[in-house]
Ligand binder design. Structure first.
Ligand code: PEP
Ligand code: MG
Length: 610
């Protein structure tokens, strides 16, 4: 749960920008925690290549330079491959095979050489040839062919960096125990899962926001993170000592000894507050006027299951299964998936565990099996991809049905827009069950099936789904993104990503009405539920189940016990009529503070920085 500075945050978002002064950069607090360490800058972009013409007598030297760069890159890739095999396994290491083959391809080298003979400098000749190849593959209709563009780009970056004398930015060599802070322009979930977490202790990026999946994953991994710093990569060269404060969202470059001491004191205090908060993990989340609100946890990785179970969560409101897939070159098979789901269900011993089927796409991509799209968040993702690839989907469904024998597992479909998607999914679920029956593999037949309400279409037409589903769960991260037309990962728009916009509250209120009418269970599992002020608003709107980050379970439980549902309802009624997000927030905060008083970890209705 990120803390925010008093008076700085319109509607719970931190404006992106820099504080005055050269040495402190301010961004989005995206993963709480404070770390001190050396910067490791990772630049993984195709460098700009100036047009350079050479004389005829320079041609042999340029060709020799080219050969040297190829040999060097080949050696380097062999090393990267070996390191990846060490910490991610042989399957993952195979990602690099296509690139190694490219570097060993004689015809590619001959092509570049012929450009050099036409008096292009080696880097320009190579750049031109790679551009042609990339365009050729990008035009292919077959996805597998289009995927080669990524390999070509990686090889292009590697060779050009060598020819231009740019530093090698491959993060694979950050030594274990370096306690380095990774600074990069843009980090994807697939890169994050491949990082050696014994080497990297914090993340800072130019782009991204709190609700981007990189941020969600960083929090799950317990990595302090500050995103949306805009130009951190331009201001840092690497090796500088910094303080990364993921709680407040700042990066202090070259801190003084006094600053380091102060940050260490705050880090210590934060740990103490977390420990104090744990005493509320076991409380019964009942409001002052006797309304019970069930608090579930969101689980992003199976390895989190046991710690999430100890957070006080009463089950799992959302398990994001796509992190089993992102960054990997092969989709885990049925047995591996079964073990992952069963592990989470076992950890929660009979309590509900809602597992969401693959929400792959958008910013969550496997390493090699997905072609890039012009509008990924509006693209071939989530349920759309699963329905188009029934084998992939049914493998997951079989694993889920089998894991259902371990406890109260429920299946949830992401990004649903039409009823047909639910009906087709049911058909595939039946087929998956039939396949298990034919195989003689035991499974649970009556696993409930629910949908995420995370598109305006699903929210507005929730009633059309109610007879076909067993439960609803509102995904506010995407609901806000699609309703307000604000890219959830765009740092430039972070201040416009306002979950308390009246349109969002009205959509949520509508879904609550439908769920109540149809007597369906309804939860909110987006980031909104983890924020004390917004949790108060959600309770007021009638929500009785919230699924939050494990770290926030105790805090949100504590909030529930401090408020009355009646006061929350009055606040929500007022909020529904307010004209702007800022006014909604103002009114809510006033009423919230009147309810919770000045608890030591709450200031003005927000988690307080310590
Ligand atoms: C959401 O959209 O609110 C959600 C919970 O799913 P995700 O963040 O994984 O898209
Ligand atoms: Mg979503």
């Amino acid at each position: 749960m990120p803390s925010r500075r008093k008076g700085r945050t319109p509607v719970g978002r931190t404006p992106v920008g820099r504080t005055p002064g050269q040495r402190t950069l301010t961004g989005e607090p995206a993963g709480p925690g404070i770390v001190v360490g050396p910067v490791y800058v990772m630049r993984w972009e195709v460098p700009e290549v100036r047009h350079r013409i050479i004389d005829d007598d320079e041609v042999p030297d340029e060709i020799a330079r080219l050969h040297e760069a190829f040999a060097h890159a080949r050696e380097r890739l062999g090393h990267v491959r070996a390191r990846t095999e060490e910490h991610a396994g042989p399957e993952e290491a195979r990602i690099f095979d296509a690139q190694i083959l490219l570097l060993e391809d004689e015809s590619l080298r001959t092509e570049v050489e012929s450009h050099i003979r036409q008096n292009f400098a080696a880097e320009k000749a190579f750049d031109l040839v790679m551009l042609e190849h990339r365009q050729h593959f990008a035009r292919q209709t077959h996805a597998k062919m289009r995927e080669r563009v990524n390999d070509l780009t990686d090889v292009q970056i590697r060779i050009l960096s060598l020819l231009l004398g740019l530093p090698d930015h491959d993060p694979v060599d950050v030594p274990k125990g370096a306690n380095a802070i990774l600074v990069t322009h843009e980090l994807t979930p697939s890169l994050i899962v491949q990082l050696d977490r014994d080497a990297i202790v914090g993340i800072a990026t130019d782009s991204g926001t709190r609700t981007s999946h990189v941020a969600i994953l960083a929090r799950s991994l317990g990595l302090p993170a500050v995103l949306g710093l805009r130009d951190a990569t331009a201001r840092l060269v690497g090796g500088e000592r910094v303080v990364l404060d993921g709680t407040l969202g700042v990066l202090v470059i070259g801190p003084t000894a006094a600053q380091v001491t102060d940050y260490r004191r705050r880090a210590h205090r934060e740990a103490e507050v977390q420990a104090e908060m744990r005493q509320f993990a076991g409380v019964d989340p009942v409001t002052r006027d006797g309304v019970r609100v069930t608090i579930f946890a969101n689980v992003d990785l199976p390895e989190e299951a046991e710690s999430a179970a100890q957070s006080g969560a009463e089950g799992v409101g959302l398990m994001r299964t796509e992190f089993l897939v992102v960054g990997r070159s092969v989709i885990p098979d049925e047995d591996e998936q079964y073990r992952a789901y069963a592990r989470v269900v076992d950890a929660f011993g009979g309590r509900p565990v809602i597992v969401r089927t693959f929400d792959v796409g958008g910013d969550k991509l496997p390493a090699t099996t997905y072609a890039s799209e012009p509008n990924p968040f509006l693209g071939w993702r989530a349920i759309r991809m699963c329905l188009d690839d029934p084998e992939l989907f049914k493998t997951q469904l079989r694993a889920l049905l089998r894991a259902g024998l371990h406890g109260d597992l429920r299946i949830m479909l992401p990004l649903v827009v039409t009823l047909d998607e639910v009906r087709q999914s049911r058909t595939l679920l039946r087929e998956a069950a039939d396949e298990l029956t034919r195989r003689g593999t035991p499974f649970r037949a009556d696993v409930p099936l629910g949908v995420m309400i995370e598109t305006p279409a699903a929210a507005v037409s929730a009633s059309t789904f109610s007879r076909d589903v067993d439960f609803f769960s509102i995904g506010t991260n995407d609901l806000v993104q699609y309703t307000l037309a604000v890219d959830r990962g765009n740092a430039n728009l972070a201040a416009r990503f306002t979950p308390l916009h009246p349109a969002i509250l009205r959509l949520i209120r509508g879904v609550v009405g439908v769920a109540d009418g149809a007597q369906l269970e309804l939860c909110v599992c987006g980031e909104m539920a983890s924020d004390p002020l917004m949790a108060f608003a959600l309770i007021g709107l009638g929500l009785r189940q919230l699924s939050v980050a494990p770290r926030s379970v105790a805090l949100v439980k504590r909030i529930v016990t401090m408020v009355s549902a009646e006061a929350a309802a009055a606040a929500a009624t007022e909020a529904l009529d307010a004209p702007t997000a800022a006014m909604v927030e103002q009114g809510l905060r006033r009423r919230f503070v009147a309810e919770v008083g000045d608890a030591p970890y709450i200031r003005d209705g927000l988690p307080a920085p310590v």
